[in-house]
Design a protein around this ligand. Structure first.
Ligand SMILES: [Fe+2]
Length: 482
């Protein structure tokens, strides 16, 4: 009975639906109004049904998602526990994957003094980087074979530093250990060779006994920079010099890790480094004031200008990338009157911005960048030339140039990887200082070495190689003229 009624109703509804779609012209108004009300009611019910259905499916989906999430997390935990995979464990316990990402980088510098003409205290700064998983839950400890070392190894940054006086030290054995509660997360052992007191005081050398690799302006071109470091490593360096612009954007820690610390660490290892600040390395600090804690410039070079002696060569590192500060001029005047400078066999100055730039972007040069080398040229050069500087190395202009003024030689070695200055018809020559004897438009690196001649005399020799390891320039810094 019920079934037949339902069927009748269904048939009736079906016939009405047909009528609503195509109402005949003679249908009565009352009947039509009644049907319209019925249809509205049905539409409301359908809408309610739709909302309920959607809600139901969302609830079911969410429940499945939660169950899947919980289940996958448990599966992941189980897998981690079963395999002890360090990387996967880091997804849950980040600190457990902590390790030293690379060999430490050793930067030579000078402890910041308080007086105008304070004595140098040469220091080595060991900078080591830890992996992403590390956090301040990890306690680092660094043990050395010598005493009096201060370390800043419990920081939120991934860069950690230890500083110590190098005056009487030839090599340092050290071990970095990280712990979480009582569990040792990692251990890292290494030995650092340093220019010892014995080497510092020697003036006669065996052939090729002391070599310095020099490069500038690698910026963001990591591949070329790595190539050059690899080539320089073959020379068995005693010192490594970077003339600045080690990154493109100094506010990016990613760049510091990827473009500087890792290449230097993996290719040069713990060979001590002398670093001169480049404008790209301090732009954020100086101009945009985007200083962040543990800025790498402060980490690797807490003092922007300093001097130290290694193997009878007096190295003076100047800061020409930061705004001019008369205290640097005062310090330089003291430096060139010191016995360390006067008695040195050679006097070598390292800085980023050359005093005599010839190749640059002509448009920006005219708009004010012709001031780049101004205070180096007008303030520092007169002091240094009067005091018998043998040679100044700088970068900034992405080209190789070698020339001379009086008894002082000048080398621009800015071919560490960044885009080269334009040559040919679109030459970017902006000045002619009438002093350079050699110009090379290609990426390059330079080896500065002390070479003993047959007569027994030692000479300071500059050799510059293309990125293909072809010698493109060689000259001797004549000490008799100094
Ligand atoms: Fe620069």
């Amino acid at each position: 009975m019920n079934t037949s009624r339902r069927r009748a109703k269904s048939e009736d509804t079906h016939s009405m639906k047909t009528k609503y779609r195509f109402p005949p012209p003679n249908i009565s108004d009352n009947r039509y109004d009644h049907d319209k009300k019925h249809i509205k009611k049905n539409r409301k019910l359908s809408l309610l049904h739709l909302i309920c259905s959607v809600g139901f499916f969302i609830t079911i989906g969410f429940a499945f998602f939660c169950l899947y999430d919980v289940s996958s997390t448990k599966m992941l935990e189980a897998r981690i526990e079963s395999t002890s995979d360090v990387i996967e464990r880091s997804l849950i316990d980040g600190f457990r994957s902590c390790h030293v990402s690379s060999d430490p980088v050793v930067s030579l510098n000078r402890r910041r003094g308080t007086s105008r003409c304070d004595r140098d205290e040469n220091v080595a700064i060991i900078v080591f980087e830890t992996s992403y998983g590390c956090s301040d839950y990890v306690t680092y400890s660094v043990s050395f074979s010598i005493k009096n070392i201060s370390c800043d190894v419990i920081t939120k940054s991934r860069l950690h530093t230890c500083m110590f006086n190098i005056s009487n030290i030839r090599s340092v054995d050290f071990e970095i250990m990280a712990e979480i509660e009582t569990e040792t997360v990692f251990k890292h052992k290494d030995t650092i060779r340093l220019p010892s007191t014995e080497i510092l005081k020697r003036t006669n050398f065996r052939s090729d006994s002391f070599k310095i690799g020099i490069v500038g302006d690698s910026q963001a071109e990591t591949t070329l920079f790595r190539q050059q470091l690899e080539a320089m490593r073959m020379h068995d360096l005693n010192l490594f010099v970077h003339l600045g612009d080690v990154v493109q954007d100094d506010s990016s820690m990613f760049e510091w890790y990827l473009n500087f610390f890792r290449p230097v660490s993996s290719k040069i290892g713990t060979t001590p480094m002398l670093y001169s600040r480049g404008n790209h390395d301090v732009d954020g600090v100086v101009k945009r004031r985007r200083y962040f804690p543990d800025h790498p410039v402060s980490t690797i070079s807490p003092n922007g200008y300093f001097a130290l002696t290694a193997s009878g060569i007096r190295f003076v590192v100047l800061d020409t990338a930061s705004p001019y500060d008369s205290r640097q001029k005062d310090w330089l005047e003291c430096e060139v009157s010191s016995s360390d400078w006067i008695n040195a066999k050679y006097r070598v100055v390292l800085t980023h911005i050359p005093p005599f730039i010839e190749y640059w972007n002509p448009k920006t040069w005219k708009k004010g960048e012709n001031r780049w080398g101004y205070f180096n040229r007008e303030v520092f050069v007169p002091i240094l030339e009067r005091a018998g500087m043998d040679i100044m190395f700088s970068g900034h202009s992405h080209v190789y140039q070698r020339g001379k003024r009086g008894s002082s030689a000048y080398v621009v070695a800015g071919g560490g990887g960044a885009t080269l200055e334009k040559v040919g018809e679109n030459s970017a020559r902006v000045e002619d200082w009438n002093m350079y004897d050699k110009t090379y438009f290609g990426h390059h690196y330079t080896i500065l070495s002390v070479v003993q001649e047959i007569s027994g005399e030692s000479r300071l020799v500059v050799q510059t190689y293309s990125i293909e390891n072809v010698l493109v320039d060689l000259f001797v810094v004549d000490e008799s003229e100094s």
